[in-house]
Design a binder for this molecule. Structure first.
Ligand code: MLT
Length: 256
């Protein structure tokens, strides 16, 4: 049993806390445009999940979406706030669902981006095993060469491409392999959608090749009152591919 840890994070702004959770294999930088763009209305806190960025973990093991959610709760406790607006992108969304299950009193509102509630299929689980092995055998640059282009929309900016590649190669392979296995074993969150009773914004890149937008739209309909916004010109990482559209959508949601 691994104890929750207080995470490292980027903080900017003042007011109620907006805590942002990155996907795989990324870190706090995945949300940097929104940290800068929303600091006038929120205390923006972009965390590095355990083992990523500055949340160092010498010995990655026992990773799970539940443990990551417990780390978020411990971090909010340390910051000294009872509740936060919680934003999660892709795997960050899986963690947000776990946070909702385990610590829902901490969640003032939810912003989900390019994520899905379903657990992995058997085929996807086998893919995770292969990915973990490839990461350990061949490293993050090779992993990026295979997966990186699939994350992008049709015409990504050079800036987005570069930022995404940098986060891949900065991620410790031992951590990335452990996280791939944690995602393989994650719980199905589909039945949780109907229990979400906080304001929810669901964003999705129009050109997301990993998670088709029509599936996401249908899932969002299961959350009472959720707003769904398609982000144009973006694939799986809209926060970096079309940062202004994401920040505008979040600002409108958080201020109305
Ligand atoms: C992510 O961006 O976090 C990943 O695509 C999630 C996944 O592999 O399921």
């Amino acid at each position: 049993m691994t104890d929750p840890m207080k995470l490292a994070y980027e903080e900017r702004g003042s007011g109620p806390v907006l805590l942002m959770i990155h996907g795989f294999p990324f870190d706090r930088r995945q949300w940097f445009p929104q940290v800068a763009g929303l600091a006038d209305i929120r205390t923006c806190v972009a965390v590095d999940l355990r083992g990523h960025g500055l949340s160092l973990d010498e010995e990655p093991r026992d990773y799970s979406m539940d443990l990551f959610a417990d780390d978020i709760a411990a971090t909010l406790e340390d910051i000294g706030v009872d509740q936060a607006d919680i934003a999660g992108l892709s795997m960050g969304g899986y963690v947000a669902f776990a946070l909702w299950r385990r610590h829902r009193a901490r969640v003032r509102s939810l912003i989900l981006s390019d994520t899905k509630p379903e657990a992995d299929s058997d085929e996807a689980k086998a893919g995770r095993d292969a990915a973990a092995k490839a990461i350990l055998d061949e490293g993050m640059a090779k992993f990026h060469a295979g997966l990186g282009p699939k994350l992008m929309g049709d015409d990504p900016s050079a800036d987005a491409v570069e930022r995404i590649e940098q986060m891949f190669v900065d991620t410790d392979p031992g951590v990335a392999a452990a996280v791939a296995i944690a995602m393989r074993d994650r719980q199905d969150s589909t039945s949780d959608l109907g229990t979400i009773d906080v304001p929810t914004l669901w964003l999705h890149g129009e050109q997301d090749k990993l998670m088709p937008i029509d599936d996401a739209r249908a899932r969002a309909e299961a959350v009472a009152g959720a707003r769904f916004i398609a982000i144009p010109g973006a694939g799986h990482v809209p926060t970096l591919e079309n940062p202004d559209a994401v920040s505008t959508a979040m600002r409108e949601f958080l201020t109305t």
